[in-house]
Design a protein around this ligand. Structure first.
Ligand code: HH2
Length: 276
């Protein structure tokens, strides 16, 4: 049985897992400002677990296209109390969505069981931290930086380039002493990718990572869904997001990262009942 080792949690990957998003930010693209207050963030996480989330992903910096980087101190101020409270209270692993080693370190000390780094552990300090702790790791592909990544992203072969990048990042982590059972790879939907690139990735999902690694897909409410369906408001892209989550699971995704947990869990339960 395949497992994902995440600190004190051993997650079985026999069915797709649902990672519920809690953005403790003023400016996230689809829910900025809604859960910024720590008490509201904690209440939101409780709701997502009741709705069936297997993992809670806490973020304190928006990485939407064009966003500015937040200082580590400000990011930590937003997320550490929330991670601490949730890790104490909830029976599911808490993931910290950060590209800053200092923030990740403080969150792991506060009880986080997963480090989710959208910059793919490019920072050597992140690799060092990963080697020192025992958390699960989400290693994502991003072309460039959030500030500029959507300025005409260009690839020779997006699927091959994402796979090469993710394989190289996993090799760096493993050379530093990280075991493979801790690693989850993510092609990074919308991170330096035009709509056509996102579609190519989703159509060939299994080819975007080297053999043997589990895949996480985060497509929830993203811009390409709005573009393809003509829905400008991110909060109104739920059906499109559920469709992409189901597609991803059918294509072998081990984890889907979503805002709308109840709807995704309901759809996945039907899909499983039908033999998916
Ligand atoms: N997408 C976002 C943030 N973190 N992490 C992973 N592993 N994969 C993703 O696709 C991913 C991610 C962007 O979504 P969101 O958190 O809702 O928005 P924002 O960055 O504006 O806070």
């Amino acid at each position: 049985m395949r497992v994902w080792h995440c600190g004190r949690f051993e997650l079985t990957l026999s069915r797709p897992l649902v990672m519920g998003i809690v953005n403790v930010t003023p400016d996230s693209f689809s829910d900025g400002g809604r859960w910024e207050d720590p008490e509201r963030a904690i209440t939101r996480a409780r709701e997502l677990v009741l709705a069936g989330a297997d993992i809670i992903d806490v973020g304190g910096e928006s990485t939407r296209p064009g966003s500015d980087e937040v200082s580590s101190d400000e990011e930590a101020r937003r997320v550490v109390p929330v991670v601490h409270a949730l890790a104490e209270e909830l029976a599911v692993p808490i993931s910290i969505d950060t590209r800053h080693a200092d923030v990740a370190r403080r969150c792991v000390a506060a009880g986080a069981s997963i480090i989710n780094d959208v910059s793919g552990f490019r920072d050597p300090a992140m690799v060092e931290l990963a080697a020192k702790c025992d958390t699960g790791l989400v290693v994502m592909h991003m072309l460039g930086e959030p500030k500029t990544m959507q300025r005409e992203p260009h690839y020779r072969d997006v699927v091959a380039e994402v796979r090469e990048y993710l394989g190289a990042r996993a090799a760096v982590l493993e050379a530093a002493g990280v075991t493979r059972e801790r690693i989850m790879l993510d092609p990074g939907i919308g991170f330096g990718k035009a709509t056509a690139h996102n579609l190519e990735i989703l159509r060939a999902l299994g080819m975007t990572v080297p053999d043997g690694y589990p895949v996480l897909v985060g497509a929830s409410r993203k811009r390409f869904i709005g573009e393809l369906t003509g829905v400008p408001e991110p909060q109104e892209r739920i059906a499109g997001s559920v469709a992409v989550a189901l597609w991803s699971c059918a294509a072998g995704a081990a984890v889907v990262r979503v805002h709308d947990v109840a709807e995704t869990v309901q759809a996945l339960r039907m899909w499983t009942a039908l033999g998916g």
